[in-house]
Design a protein around this ligand. Structure first.
Ligand code: MN
Length: 743
């Protein structure tokens, strides 16, 4: 009796949660919706609630809250319309419930069916399959293929990923690492490329929170502690400007924006200064509300007002108003010397530009008619299509190619008659030739950059003006592959060379045909295929080519076959029965620490594992196990190497954690820096470590430069608690400025 009551209460509570989430979703739809849209959204909602009614999320809440929240993100944070909201509501229905795609198509139409189908195929739930070398890279290829079908597939997928990242806490740690790695490897660059800055930033921060939790929390705390002072400073900075703006009658608003934790962390790493010494933790943004025709002149007017009050740093001026970034970003950035001599970055833009900067791709369509700039996304999507068309490339190559070509910053160069071309940073003069036209690329003989003859591998710089001379007799060679950086050019060169190979292979083909005739085998596809396969050739072109170059002796090799009625038959090779391989249990390695390490919940003491030398984990570190070709490797969760691995080979990741920690056999690398006063800092350091702390020093290195010393020490220690103590103690030594653990 009481149990039924309890169940009812729970059901009711669920229902209340679901209804509230749905109302919240409806409120967040900003795009225009007509009556049909409203009916369809309601129907999709009801279908999803019913279809997922038996499922719960890892956190225990009703599953349907997830698709509802994904739909809300699509509407509120990306600004998508009714179709996307419907698809987001239905995105897990086909995968997880008995509802079929056909049923969805019948009820909601072709387009919804197409998008949901794309989303279903993108689902990474089949991650356990190990038959593909890199499922993640394959998946990435899939993500991009759907991108060219309907961009909304990818946008909804990103909303899906964002919600999963926001609620990642309910997942076991090793899964968190895998998902975080994949997010920073694939989704944040993709969000960047699609101009979804806000989402990109959140992806980066959420991933960092998993992979570098301590640093993340540390920066977050420091930001919080310094917030008041920062707000005061921003006020002080804006105050004298406001008067000027009002006098000049520009409708505007200002915001002071703190940079993301991830980008602050990057600054700390690249500038190698402590948090307290980073002054550009924020940017001041001035957003003017003006019609598109006046945007540019008003932005510059605002610039002029600001630089009348504050001294600008000319080399920090960035004008993406005149020439938008290739991902659509428009804004005018400058850095000025603010009160107390501090550098302050100022971003000037219109409401429209701000909208595009925040919501990227989705907002772009809204302003398609008013913006005079060419559609940056169309040309980008064309590039994506071109890379995808080259299906022969394997997934890992593809991924690398893609990352260098389509996520990079860009460089702006000019044709002789002044047309601007945008190429990815790192592109060469030869890339430019292929970008103009494939024929120009194929036949390029000499390239002049700014009227000066340069090699074809010359790396393009902003503002270069290029002139290409062609000659019909010129043709690409293998070495050209080293002189290009874009996938487009590389693909064109590869296919030209394949063509060339095919031509030269013609002789080999004729040779093989003759040899087949000699033994009375038919020269047909099935026979050639059998022969090629026997020799492990993937393509006939390569086989013919090698025969023509006399790398193969077809007569000899055909002796392995008999012919039956024109059909080639492989003579079976007698194989001696191999002795059964006996697996001997590995004797317990006494030199290996009894570490209390557990892998997948089981003690690792009997497993053949080792600690990765890239990140030297110590007990207590957040770690995971990676199944490498040389056995199990234990990496720290924040190991940059491992992040890369996890993103590419997520299925090889296993959970690892520590229980009771008892040994003293782990290596941690520390870097200590300070001013070299010549009064025995080094002695103090070594003395503190070996005598006071009683630790073993494995290696010790010291370098001194212009009065600053940098000392690298490798220590044997017990666990993170001890490590923390070591760092704390070392920091107290006079003459020691910084102590950091090497990642
Ligand atoms: Mn989902």
């Amino acid at each position: 009796m009481s149990e039924t009551l309890l169940n009812e209460t729970r059901e009711e509570a669920d229902k209340r949660l679901i209804t509230r989430a749905y109302r919240n979703l409806l409120r967040s739809i900003k795009a225009k919706t007509d009556k049909t849209d409203k009916v369809n959204i309601r129907a999709a909602y009801e279908l999803a609630v019913d279809a997922h009614k038996e499922q719960r999320r890892k956190s225990g809440e009703p599953y349907v809250l997830h698709p509802i929240e994904v739909a809300r993100i699509c509407a509120a944070e990306i600004g998508l319309g009714a179709t996307a909201v419907i698809c987001a509501l239905l995105h897990d229905v086909v995968e997880d419930t008995p509802i079929t795609l056909k049923e969805l198509k019948e009820q909601f139409g072709e387009r919804v069916g197409l998008i949901v189908d794309g989303l279903t195929k993108l689902d990474f739930k089949s991650e356990d399959s190990t038959d593909v070398e890199s499922p993640q890279a394959e998946n990435f290829k899939k993500v991009l293929s759907t991108l060219v079908v309907d961009v909304r597939v990818v946008l909804i997928k990103m909303a899906d990923r964002l919600h999963n990242m926001r609620t990642l806490g309910a997942m076991p740690p090793h899964k968190q690492v895998k998902i975080a790695a994949e997010t920073s490897f694939i989704y944040s660059p993709l969000a960047h490329r699609l101009g979804l800055y806000k989402m990109k930033t959140e992806f980066e921060d959420l991933s960092m929170k998993i992979t570098n939790r301590d640093v993340y929390l540390d920066i977050a705390r420091k930001l919080k502690d310094t917030k008041k002072g920062r707000d005061r400073y921003i006020k002080q900075f804006i105050h004298p400007l406001e008067k000027e703006f009002k006098e000049n009658m520009v409708p505007y608003r200002t915001t002071g924006r703190t940079k993301s934790i991830y980008s602050i962390w990057n600054k700390l790493k690249t500038k190698k200064v402590p948090f307290e010494e980073i002054y550009d933790l924020f940017a001041v943004r001035i957003i003017v509300d003006v019609p598109p025709s006046k945007e540019k002149s008003i932005c510059w007017q605002v610039y002029s007002i600001i630089t009348d009050v504050y001294q600008p740093i000319p080399e920090r001026l960035k004008d993406w108003v005149t020439v938008p970034k290739a991902n659509g970003y428009e804004s005018l950035h400058t850095t000025v010397v603010g009160p107390k001599g501090r550098f302050v970055e100022v971003q000037i833009r219109s409401e429209r530009m701000d909208d595009i900067a925040e919501r990227g791709f989705a907002a772009h369509w809204k302003y398609k008619k008013v913006s005079k700039s060419p559609n940056v996304y169309d040309s980008w999507l064309n590039n994506v299509r071109e890379i995808l068309d080259n299906s022969s490339m394997d997934a890992i190559d593809f991924l690398n190619d893609f990352k260098t070509n389509l996520f990079n910053e860009e460089v702006y160069v000019y044709t002789p008659n002044g047309d601007m071309r945008v190429l990815p940073k790192g592109a060469t003069a030869l890339d430019f030739a292929f970008d103009i036209h494939s024929d120009v690329g194929y036949h390029a003989t000499a390239i002049k950059v700014n009227n000066k003859l340069e090699p074809m591998g010359y790396q393009l710089k902003n503002g270069d003006r290029l002139h290409i001379t062609t000659n019909k007799s010129q043709k690409p060679t293998e070495s050209w592959l080293k002189m290009v950086a874009t996938g487009k050019a590389r693909n064109k060169i590869r296919s030209a060379m394949k063509e060339q190979k095919k031509k030269e292979g013609q002789i080999g083909r004729e040779t093989l045909e003759r040899k087949f005739k000699n033994i009375k085998a038919d020269f047909v596809e099935s026979n050639i295929e059998l022969f090629a396969k026997h020799l492990k050739y993937k393509s006939h072109v390569d086989l013919y080519f090698d025969i023509s170059k006399e790398k193969l002796n077809a007569t000899e090799l055909l002796k392995n076959f008999t012919v039956e009625g024109g059909k080639l038959v492989l003579i079976p090779v007698k194989v001696e029965k191999l002795p059964q391989k006996t697996v001997v249990a590995k004797p317990v390695d006494l030199t290996k620490p009894r570490s209390g390490l557990h892998i997948n919940g089981e003690s690792a003491d009997n497993l053949d594992y080792s600690f990765a030398t890239c990140c030297h984990p110590v007990p207590g570190d957040a770690v995971f196990a990676y199944v490498s070709n040389n056995g199990l490797k234990i990496h720290r969760s924040n190991c940059p190497n491992a992040t890369n691995l996890a993103a590419k080979y997520g299925y090889r990741i296993m959970r690892a954690d520590w229980t009771n920690i008892t040994t003293t056999n782990f290596v941690a690398n520390l870097v200590i820096t300070g001013v070299d006063t010549g009064i025995g800092v080094i002695e103090s350091i070594t003395h503190t470590i070996s005598t006071d702390l009683g630790l073993n020093i494995r290696s010790f290195n010291i370098a001194s430069n212009e009065g600053i010393y940098e000392c690298s020490i490798s220590l044997q220690i017990k666990d993170t608690a001890q490590l923390t103590l070591v760092i704390k103690t070392l920091k107290q030594i006079s003459g020691v400025d910084m102590v950091t653990r090497l990642e």
